[in-house]
Design a protein around this ligand. Structure first.
Ligand code: SF4
Length: 750
């Protein structure tokens, strides 16, 4: 079945003409990114030489995808928008709320009971508004999108930061907050800062132990977690054509780890074959017909430095296998230097759990390459030393892998096959062996490895790498094992060298699935969506109050955050996922993972009244109960990581008025604006040091709030002295209207 083929045909009919017009207007060749962006301008928006990383432009994406954790808030907002059906094809995917514990079957059963209320809500809203619904166990959003919905030259948004996975099939796919998704579902123009372009030229061909994952692991080391901010990474070159479509998906997926808006590969024969193999021959044929428009122009390829803001070249033939971590995905090491890194840093050397899967690496190619190592080890009598967990990306992958004996082979290695869902990748992992939070090491084929992300233990050292290296390290049970040079002992005491992994890009017998887990929407306006007022999981949203038209004067500091503050620190996942549809309840996790710069502790901030240290949400609630707003101060790349808008809604709900930081991560800054918060940046980063623990903070100049115009911050210290300095912002006219109305949704309803 091909979903939404009429919409895809329409896009392909219009694409060539729109691209040619853009080229005529701009009088220059275009990169692939520009072709797709200019052909998706919102109606009436002109083609202009937009200033990259500066000008906001309105777009009209072709579709929306939402995962169950973020969909709850997105759909609660959609219900407040006044729409009756969605304006573009949209889907909901139940993947984040399933906890991994025993095995797929039992965990799914548990999830269907514990999350029934949420699943029923998502299904009913989907039915009412015409949204496709993928049931629990159907698969992880990005894998399901790649297999069913992604199409070259298309544009989509998704309420998850790894939405760029679809860039592997040549789609501009951008992770957004729920409020942005609501804009698109409501048929409103969707606004994005025109991105910069980072060109990555791939030459050569991968071989041996190197995998597509190593491209992005290396790039993460080059660009760091901030290097892709406000940029789209566009891959090109002869090397790109040698990569499988799913391998390209892996690379685009993890572009989120360098903060990129999205990543994209050109359409090529491998993309076409993947489309055919996943039952979309018609899409492949249509795309082949307009092949030249789904590539950068030839002039761009000849002189890429003239068209990209930054150019990086990676020779795939020279690329060594990488392993990144712990605690940040940009700590990149080659496998040959890694054992030294482990020893020097005293990382727990024993490798305790190997995890293969997630939306990043659960393709047929990934599983077959990894299992080839596992099979060889078994045949040679090499024991598997660590625990093994496999989470297939979709039911189609799982079914096919089971049919082809892959899961059976993993099973012989002692692996547990967990549900086709996020599980340990998002902290949904009931891990029994580290209840004491002891230091330990795990290796995953996932994308993120921030502290506590997988199992909630701050002392778990999580490293990310390719599935084949996960397999090798799991067999060895030793972080210092390098399969390229080292040997393992088998049950006869003989030394065995693991062979280079081998796999299939796509199943030789084709993909197969009995029940993919899809429910088509009825778009029945009569469906009643019931929210129990006593529910602890779901809560009807009340509109946030509008700005009162005055400067913010003498707001107390809530917390001055030190160091990294991702959306995981602001709104933790794991057990808190269950409250994603209940704003008041989930607000009890607000900033509990952030480090207070005054005492280096988490979730302990000074109550200026009692002078006692109290939890962050408790102090915010106390201020709120007295009608007092508060201020959060933080450092660089605040809000990096996931797109979850709860990280913006919780402070808004608890009456935080201002987030003042050295710099923001893109999605989070937009989320704050959408919720009517004031997101400000220190003009002089050293001013961060002036903020004291018992400060009262004023924001002066709000009555003249205008694009490009700085605001003044005044700190009133507890000894009565003051400091004044400037803060900048990136609000445009429309976003200032959101601020004034109290939120973008309030402005939409006006
Ligand atoms: S990154 Fe992990 S949590 Fe996010 S969609 Fe992928 S598998 Fe799920």
């Amino acid at each position: 079945m091909i979903f939404d083929i009429e919409m895809i045909r329409r896009v392909y009919t219009d694409l060539p003409e729109r691209i040619n017009k853009a080229k005529e207007k701009l009088q220059r060749p275009l990169t692939l990114t520009e072709k797709i962006l200019f052909s998706h301008l919102s109606p009436g928006v002109p083609v202009l030489h937009y200033k990259r990383a500066s000008d906001y432009v309105d777009f009209a994406p072709d579709r929306v995808a939402m995962q169950d954790a973020t969909a709850q808030m997105a759909l609660l907002q959609l219900m407040n928008s006044g729409r009756t059906t969605v304006a573009v094809p949209s889907t909901v995917h139940c993947d984040h709320l399933i906890q991994a514990y025993r095995n797929a079957e039992s965990d799914l059963e548990t999830a269907s009971v514990t999350n029934r209320e949420v699943y029923d809500f998502l299904r009913d809203v989907s039915n009412k508004y015409g949204i496709g619904f993928w049931k629990p166990g159907a698969g992880i959003i990005h894998q399901v999108v790649l297999e069913n919905y992604a199409f070259p030259g298309g544009m989509m948004v998704g309420t998850d930061s790894h939405t760029p996975n679809a860039g592997g099939l040549g789609m501009i796919a951008i992770g957004v907050g729920g409020a942005d998704a609501v804009d698109v579902m409501a048929g409103l123009p969707w606004e994005l800062k025109m991105p910069k372009l980072i060109g990555v030229k791939l030459t050569g061909r991968l071989s041996g132990w190197s995998a597509p994952k190593d491209v992005i692991l290396k790039l993460a080391g080059i660009l760091t977690v901030k290097g892709g901010t406000n940029a789209i990474i566009e891959y090109f070159g002869e090397g790109a054509k040698t990569l499988s479509a799913t391998g390209k998906g892996t690379i685009c997926n993890m572009g989120a780890e360098v903060g990129a808006t999205t990543s994209i590969f050109p359409f090529d024969e491998k993309s076409a074959q993947y489309l055919e193999s996943t039952g979309r021959r018609e899409v492949a044929d249509e795309a082949r017909r307009i092949m030249e428009h789904l590539q950068p122009d030839p002039e761009v390829l000849v002189n890429p430095e003239r068209y990209y803001d930054q150019l990086i070249e990676i020779d795939l033939s020279e690329l060594e296998p990488h392993i990144n971590g712990p605690f940040t995905p940009d700590a990149a090491y080659t496998i040959s230097e890694f054992s030294e890194v482990v020893r020097m840093n005293n990382y727990p050397r024993k490798m305790e759990v190997g995890l293969i899967g997630s939306c990043t690496n659960s393709s047929y190619e990934d599983l077959t390459r990894a299992v080839s190592i596992v099979k060889y080890a078994r045949e040679q009598g090499v024991p598997v030393k660590a625990q093994f967990l496999i989470n297939p990306g979709s039911e189609q992958i799982r079914y096919t892998a089971e049919r082809d004996g892959i899961l059976d082979e993993f099973g012989k290695a002692g692996a547990t096959i967990i549900a086709n869902a996020c599980g340990p990748c998002i902290g949904q992992w009931k891990r029994d062996d580290v209840a004491d939070n002891r230091p330990n090491s795990i290796v995953t084929s996932f994308n993120r490895n921030f502290a506590k992300r997988n199992d909630g233990n701050p002392n778990t050292h999580a490293f990310v790498t390719s599935p084949e290296l996960v397999a090798a390290l799991t067999i060895a049970g030793d972080l210092c094992f390098n399969p390229l040079t080292d040997t393992l002992l088998n049950d006869k005491g003989e030394e065995v060298k693991l062979p280079e992994p081998k796999g299939f890009e796509m199943p030789p017998r084709g993909y197969e699935v009995k029940d993919a887990g899809y429910l088509a929407p009825s778009a029945d306006a009569a469906v009643e969506v019931v929210i129990d007022p006593h529910s602890s999981r779901l809560q009807k949203l009340e509109p946030f109050p509008a700005w009162d038209g005055k400067d913010y004067i003498n707001l107390p500091l809530l917390i001055k955050v030190q160091g990294k503050c991702t959306t995981d620190h602001i709104s933790m996942a794991g057990p808190w996922l269950r409250y994603r549809g209940h704003l008041d309840n989930i607000s009890d996790n607000m900033l509990i993972g952030a480090v207070n710069s005054f005492n280096q502790q988490t979730n302990a901030v000074l109550d200026p009244e009692t002078l006692e240290y109290v939890p962050v949400p408790a102090l915010a609630r106390k201020f709120k109960s007295k009608g007092v707003g508060s201020v959060v101060v933080a450092e660089e790349n605040y809000g990096e990581g996931s797109s979850r808008e709860h990280a913006a809604m919780e402070p808004r709900h608890l009456n935080v008025k201002v987030i003042l930081v050295k710099s923001f991560a893109r999605i989070h800054e937009t989320n704050l604006k959408k919720q009517g918060m004031l997101a400000l940046t220190f003009v002089n980063k050293d001013d961060y040091d002036k903020v004291q623990e018992r400060d009262k903070i004023s924001v002066i100049g709000l009555t003249g709030f205008a694009p490009g115009k700085n605001l003044t911050i005044e700190l009133l210290h507890s000894d009565g002295t003051k400091d004044r300095f400037e803060a900048s912002h990136t609000y445009n006219e429309q976003q200032i209207e959101w601020f004034k109305a109290g939120s973008a949704l309030n402005a939409m309803r006006k």
